[in-house]
Design a protein around this ligand. Structure first.
Ligand code: COA
Length: 260
């Protein structure tokens, strides 16, 4: 599949999706969001893709936000629709994907860019990365889940400060906040994410998908995460992966899981 604004490349169980509008610092316009939806969907359905990595092209930006030029003249109705459609097509979609998604934050992750990184299952940043939610400086608030996911990841007070000041934090501060799991040199960022992906791939894709569902349940209104966990735990016992995993342990060999 060919795209206008993104690249997608699959090797050794990993699909790397690269947002490719470097001249616009990979800003998310409507078409890019649509293409990202298609690329994530297709990687998730690909039985050979065990992990997805998302990054930005060029050395400067992961994503510098939603494309401001596209919504500058929107009215109330259009603004609401923009947020609702984006959340459904991309941000909620990525968060609830059954295939693990790692954000390789290779530079600016601002506004919708940080919101995309936060929708991923976890994040690794390069030393030059800068993160923030600058929307209040534009007279608007984060609309792609930022007001919800930032406090979940860094705590309410830090999230409030970041949103109110519209400022940026550097990679080390993001690390100390728990917003990213690691900070590495930019040249080694993708290789580092691929190393983590390889560790993930040794484990059961089925169990990982169930774990994503159970962890996410903790953050959903009206859902009891413990109940979701109990159900998913029980369901695992009826799978080939569980038989293989436990049998391999008892036979003192490495498990060879059947796949996605
Ligand atoms: N939407 C649309 N275009 C954007 C963009 C965005 N969010 N972020 C950057 N661009 C474009 C710039 O308009 C510029 O385009 P041009 O060359 O046609 O004029 C190009 O990307 C390069 O950006 P520029 O501002 O010249 O780079 P810089 O190094 O001086 O500054 C940033 C980098 C990230 C600090 C700055 O681009 C910025 O503040 N971007 C907007 C961030 C933001 O508010 N995001 C939240 C949106 S809700």
């Amino acid at each position: 599949m060919t795209y206008e604004n993104i690249l997608s490349d699959s090797h050794n169980g990993i699909t790397t999706i690269t947002i490719n509008r470097p001249k616009k610092l990979n800003a998310l316009n409507r078409n890019t969001i649509k293409e990202l939806h298609e690329a994530f969907d297709s990687a998730n359905q690909d039985p050979d893709t065990k992990v997805i990595i998302i990054t930005g092209s060029g050395e400067k930006a992961f994503v510098a936000g939603a494309d401001i030029s596209e919504f500058a003249d929107f009215n109330v109705e259009e603004g609401g629709k923009l947020a609702a459609q984006g959340q459904e097509l991309l941000f909620d979609f990525v968060e609830n994907l059954s295939t693990p998604v790692i954000a390789a934050v290779n530079g600016f992750a601002l506004g919708g860019g940080l919101e995309l990184a936060m929708a991923c299952h976890f994040r690794v940043a390069s030393t030059n990365a800068r993160m923030g939610l600058p929307e209040t400086s534009l007279g608007v608030i984060p609309g792609y889940g930022g007001t919800q996911r930032l406090p979940q990841l860094v705590g309410k007070g830090r999230a409030m400060e970041m949103i109110m000041t519209a400022g940026m934090i550097d990679a080390n501060q993001a690390l100390s906040y728990g917003l990213v799991n690691y900070v590495v040199e930019q040249e080694g960022l993708l290789d580092f994410c691929k190393k983590i992906s390889t560790k993930i791939m040794h484990n059961s894709s089925m169990a990982i998908a169930e774990a994503i569902k159970a962890v996410n349940a903790n953050f959903k209104d009206g859902v009891n995460g413990f109940d979701i966990e109990i159900k998913a735990f029980g369901d695992c016992f009826g799978t080939e992966d569980f038989k293989e995993g436990t049998t391999a342990f008892l036979e003192k060999r490495k498990a060879n899981f059947p796949g996605k």
